[in-house]
Design a protein around this ligand. Structure first.
Ligand SMILES: Nc1ncnc2c1ncn2[C@@H]1O[C@H](COP(=O)(O)OP(=O)(O)OP(=O)(O)O)[C@@H](O)[C@H]1O
Length: 236
């Protein structure tokens, strides 16, 4: 569904992702780990075509077609979506208005309740939300958009332990639910804490260090390796 092919990404003059290749097939969930500043968010930002993230080498394919020439909006219309690490507050835009604008008003109540945000539907998006509420709200926003490829940038950071379970279950459910035309979705999750791994099914894990993909394997095994040995790739 999504393929990074020898992708390098620059922000300004700084190369932050280097010659990275990674394929995400329908039905799969991939987990990215790596030190602060190693390029994880930049990789997803470049996939979405966000301003400032320049793909200087390689290609990003979605459903077999290069998306590099498409605007972020066009990529979203094709079925790519990203829940941001630090989502902005949108003064004057209530959840109800947002859901209505994207045709998700029928599922708002149910999906908000799943993320324990039922009481937030009348509030402006992220305005005055606590840190953990903002992260849950961002997960809700992507679930309402329901893209075929769901990318989550640190969805559980700052979220209390009980709500990490809520977030994990919501992501697992959303990614494993087919699109209305019967196609499998896929997901990518960036995590530092690894807590989300307790709530999702089998996932492919990847360590990104200094902009390079240095190792791939079962996500839980890889996380245990990181806990005991840091981000160095396991010995072959
Ligand atoms: N918009 C930007 N302007 C300037 N530098 C940026 C920008 N976005 C990313 N960078 C730089 O690119 C590098 C990679 O950042 P990125 O956010 O991709 O790392 P990360 O692996 O997601 O880190 P973290 O785990 O801390 O979230 C960092 O050195 C960061 O400072």
């Amino acid at each position: 569904m999504l393929a990074f092919k020898n992708v390098s990404v620059s922000v300004g003059h700084q190369e932050v992702v280097r010659d990275l290749s990674l394929t995400v097939a329908p039905g799969e969930l991939h987990v990215l780990m790596g030190p602060n500043g190693s390029g994880k968010s930049s990789l997803l930002a470049a996939a979405m075509g966000l301003d400032g993230y320049q793909v200087t080498q390689g290609d990003v394919l979605f459903n077999g077609q290069s998306v590099l020439k498409l605007s972020t909006d066009e990529r979203a219309k094709r079925g790519m979506g990203l829940a941001f690490q630090r989502p902005p507050a949108l003064e004057g835009v209530t959840y109800a208005a947002f859901a209505s604008a994207i045709g998700a008003e029928d599922i708002l109540e149910q999906e908000a309740a799943r993320l324990d945000l039922a009481q937030f539907a009348h509030r402006d998006l992220n305005v005055g939300f606590s840190g953990g509420e903002t992260k849950r709200s961002e997960v809700l926003k992507l679930i309402l958009q329901a893209p075929r490829l769901m990318m989550f940038d640190e969805p559980e950071s700052g979220v209390d332990l009980e709500h990490v379970a809520v977030v994990g279950q919501a992501i697992k459910r959303a990614v494993s639910t087919q699109t209305p035309d019967g196609q499998a979705r896929a997901g990518i999750i960036i995590t530092h804490t690894g807590l989300i791994l307790d709530h999702i099914d089998t996932a492919h894990g990847h360590i990104i260090s200094d902009g390079r993909l240095v190792h791939s394997g079962d996500a839980r095994e890889l996380f245990r390796h990181v806990q005991s040995h840091g981000y160095r790739a396991p010995a072959a």
